[in-house]
Structure formats: C-alpha cells, structure tokens
Write a protein that binds this ligand. Structure first.
Ligand SMILES: Cc1cc2nc3c(=O)[nH]c(=O)nc-3n(C[C@H](O)[C@H](O)[C@H](O)COP(=O)(O)O)c2cc1C
Length: 201
C-alpha cells in the first residue's frame, strides 16, 4: 500500500463549500495524512525539516487547493519555495523525491468552458498549471494528470457529493498504486477539452 500526503491549502476554509465537501471523506482515511497548511502555519513559519520528513515518509504527494488568481494560495507557494530545497529536492544530489507521485487537485470558480482558447481565460487548466508540473518534474516526481472541480459557484449538493466520491476513488487508486487512467466516470484534465468525450463520461 502506498502512503499519501495531502498538502491542503485554503486561506478561508471556514467559508469553503466545495473543498469542505471534497475533503470530508478522505481526510481520515487509512494510509492518508491530511496536512492542513493554513491550520498548521497561520503565521507562515513553515517547519522545513518537519515537512521534509513528512515527504520522505510518503509515496504520493497531493497538492490540494482552490485556484486563486490562476495559481495557488500564497502559503502553498511559500511551502514550495522553502521546502523543495536545492541539494535535497533537486540539483546534483537532490533526489529525496525521486520516483514519488504528485497529483494536483484544484477547485475553480470558472467553469470548464472558460478555460480554453475560445473561452474568457484563453488557456486550459493544464497550461496554467505548467509551473507546478515542471516543479514536480525537476524534483524527479511523476506529475499525474490534475483533477479539477470547476464552476464551483454553480455546483449543487448532489454534484458536490459526486466529486467527493470521485476524490475517494482517486485516493483508493493511489493507495493501491493503480493507474488513475483506469478510473471510470471521473473527468481529469486534458490539454484540449473534448466536450463530446466529457459529456459521454
Ligand atoms: C482571491 C481569489 C482568487 C480567485 N481566483 C480564481 C481564478 O483565478 N480562477 C478561477 O476560476 N476562480 C478563482 N477564484 C474562485 C475560487 O477558486 C473558488 O471560489 C473556490 O475554488 C471555491 O472553493 P471553496 O468553496 O472551497 O472556497 C478565486 C477566489 C478568490 C477568493
């Protein structure tokens, strides 16, 4: 069984609707360490050696956060800047994360339709997430296809339940080291959204 570390960053979790629903069924799962960065570090003083130890103890790292200004909330960026040190995470002798898996899970206010060349945001979610993808790659990690819950303002309670169950399934697959591409009824990101396929899923 793999061990999963969920690095969760939401600056206003008490007001959250979508992420609250997403995390409820995964945070206490066996094999999962749910690490709420804003709860642990409200003053932004990240304990770097503690974070490195945590990473070393896990096989899969999940970056889970709402999408803020086409990126992550500031504490997640702070975590990346401070924890992924040269000589440890990357560089000639920096191989602590080699071979681990990295999955990014985000929620966006914008719907899927606005994240494409014809849409308001021009670029796809994958394009916006390139810096994260390359960061994981530079550290020798396998960056999995991101999972995005989109158009959060329009989601009904039943939708939230569906996505929450999909998250559980994703975690189950990762725990068992199974390929996420084998999950049915679960929409991951592709560079060019194919609406026919999305509708059929
Ligand atoms: C400061 C801020 C920046 C945001 N930036 C974006 C953005 O760039 N793109 C987007 O689609 N939604 C954006 N949103 C909307 C959030 O992603 C959305 O409200 C959140 O994912 C909903 O999850 P929650 O109910 O758990 O808070 C932003 C929201 C805030 C508060």
């Amino acid at each position: 069984m793999n061990k999963i570390l969920i690095l969760f960053a939401h600056p206003r979790f008490e007001q959250s609707r979508t992420n609250k629903a997403l995390v409820q069924n995964v945070r206490h799962k066996k094999g999962v360490t749910f690490h709420d960065l804003y709860e642990q570090y409200p003053d932004f003083h990240i304990d770097i050696s503690y974070e490195k130890n945590l990473l070393e103890e896990h096989d899969v790292m999940i970056w889970h956060h709402p999408f803020y200004w086409y990126s992550c909330p500031p504490l997640m960026k702070q975590w990346i800047d401070l924890v992924l040190e040269y000589g440890w995470a990357y560089g000639p002798e920096g191989n602590a994360l080699q071979g681990k898996k990295c999955l990014q899970i985000i929620t966006t206010g914008g719907s899927r339709k606005v994240y494409c060349s014809e849409g308001r945001n021009i670029y796809t979610i994958n394009e916006f997430l390139r810096p994260f993808e390359q960061t994981a790659r530079l550290c020798g990690m396998e960056y999995l296809t991101p999972f995005a819950v989109m158009g959060t303002h329009y989601l009904k309670t039943a939708d939230l339940e569906t996505f929450s169950q999909q998250y559980v399934k994703i975690v189950d697959f990762l725990l068992e080291d199974k390929s996420l591409s084998d999950i049915k009824n679960c929409v991951f990101q592709t560079d060019i959204p194919d609406y026919t396929k999305l509708a059929a899923k």
